[in-house]
Design a protein around this ligand. Structure first.
Ligand code: BGC
Length: 369
């Protein structure tokens, strides 16, 4: 599955540029197409190296214990991620009883207790999806002090923290995609429709509402900024009607979008959701308000959950962006194995998003199912 996912990414990799929600700042583009392709190629090389290392030590891995902390089991995307992580770790030779995956229930105190327990139990490596990425320094300190290598996933610690891993030569890395790219792809999906199609109220602007994920994940900030930046880069004038936090949750997004449609009515031309769970909530609100995606409103998400892909195919979602949980979970497991074998890792391991529209939604659905 990993090879399939990686080659799809390489085949569909698009230009990434950059940014701004209601009143937020702009930044320079940081991802050039060439760099994106290089990163993808490096990732494939890294995966090959990890495969070779893992094959060499398969027998030993059976005795190794891995502790995995997930910020919240009820998160749709993290459910796909952890399920794939579990099966990939087993395919690499870890025994099922030696893989312990725990639910932080969106509470940092609970997760910190789970990390303490893993230390006491003497796990050989930890994979952590922090509840609060701002707690990373504390987590790193105690895990490193216990001599346990650490792989962060999904919620990226800040640059100062990542620099410390390099400066102090710690066995700590982060595996994830650059959310700026996913935001850019969302904006490009809308911009590609052309102003004539989008500008239903004919005021010359793209009038949008933004539904943001939990600000503890930098993905929320970047997707918000870069989706709007992509519209502006395409020469479109934008007008943010409202920008609210839906915490990655379908029900919260449904409420936010229902209220916004009630307040702004036909002026709402585009609904940006930082993830698909929230886009599905937005779709419920849109349909209840008697609006039709693709006809009198446009809607985009991120993740490529199966239900979102089905909605794209049916024309109920303008587009989404594949958040490659195969590549991310496999790279996280490979990084853990690299620490166990002594091969070590870079302190940042990236991956690419894939833009999804009606043109390729079926292809992506066939791959993720
Ligand atoms: C995903 C969201 C998910 C979040 C959890 C993001 O990368 O797109 O769906 O809720 O990670 O931190």
């Amino acid at each position: 599955m990993k090879r399939k996912a990686v080659s799809l990414v390489l085949a569909l990799t698009m230009v990434a540029s950059v940014v701004a929600g209601c009143g937020s700042k702009q930044e320079e583009a940081t991802t050039e197409p060439a760099a994106t392709e290089d990163a993808a190629a490096e990732k494939t090389d890294a995966a090959d190296t990890a495969d070779a290392a893992a094959e060499a030590v398969d027998g030993d891995l059976a005795d190794k214990k891995v502790g995995v902390c997930i910020y919240q089991f009820s998160d749709n995307f993290m459910t796909l991620f952890r399920t794939e992580l579990q099966s990939y770790l087993e395919s690499k030779g870890f025994k099922a009883e030696n893989i312990k995956i725990v639910d932080g229930a969106n509470d940092q105190a609970t997760q910190s207790g789970q990390i303490d327990n893993f230390i006491t139990e003497g796990v050989d490596v930890m994979i952590v999806n922090p509840v609060n990425s701002s707690s990373a320094a504390t987590i790193t300190d105690k895990v490193v002090a216990a001599n346990i290598p650490l792989v962060y996933i999904n919620r990226e610690p800040d640059a100062t923290e990542e620099q410390r891993w390099a400066d102090e030569n710690m066995d700590v890395t982060y595996v994830g995609c650059d959310a700026r790219q996913s935001g850019t792809f969302q904006g490009e999906i809308i911009a590609d429709l052309g102003l004539d199609a989008i500008d239903l109220n004919k005021n010359g602007k793209v009038d949008y509402i933004m539904v943001e994920g939990d600000p503890e994940n930098v993905d929320a900030q970047y997707r918000t900024e870069f989706s709007v930046k992509a519209l502006e880069d395409a020469g479109l004038e934008v007008n943010c009607l409202t920008d609210q936090v839906g915490n990655w949750q379908q029900d919260q997004a449904q409420q936010i979008v229902a209220n916004a449609l009630g307040q702004y009515g036909n002026d709402v031309e585009v609904v940006f959701c930082n993830n698909d769970a929230m886009a599905m909530g937005a779709l419920q609100a849109i349909q209840s308000a008697g609006r039709t995606v693709g006809k009198d409103i446009y809607l985009v998400g991120v993740d490529a959950l199966s239900e979102a892909l089905e909605a794209v195919i049916a024309g109920n979602l303008t587009g989404t962006v594949f958040n490659d949980h195969f590549s991310q979970s496999h790279s996280a497991a490979d990084a853990a194995i690299n620490y166990l074998t002594g091969a070590g890792n870079e302190h940042y391991i990236g991956c690419d998003y894939v833009k999804v529209t009606q043109d390729n939604a079926q292809e992506v659905l066939d791959m993720v199912k």
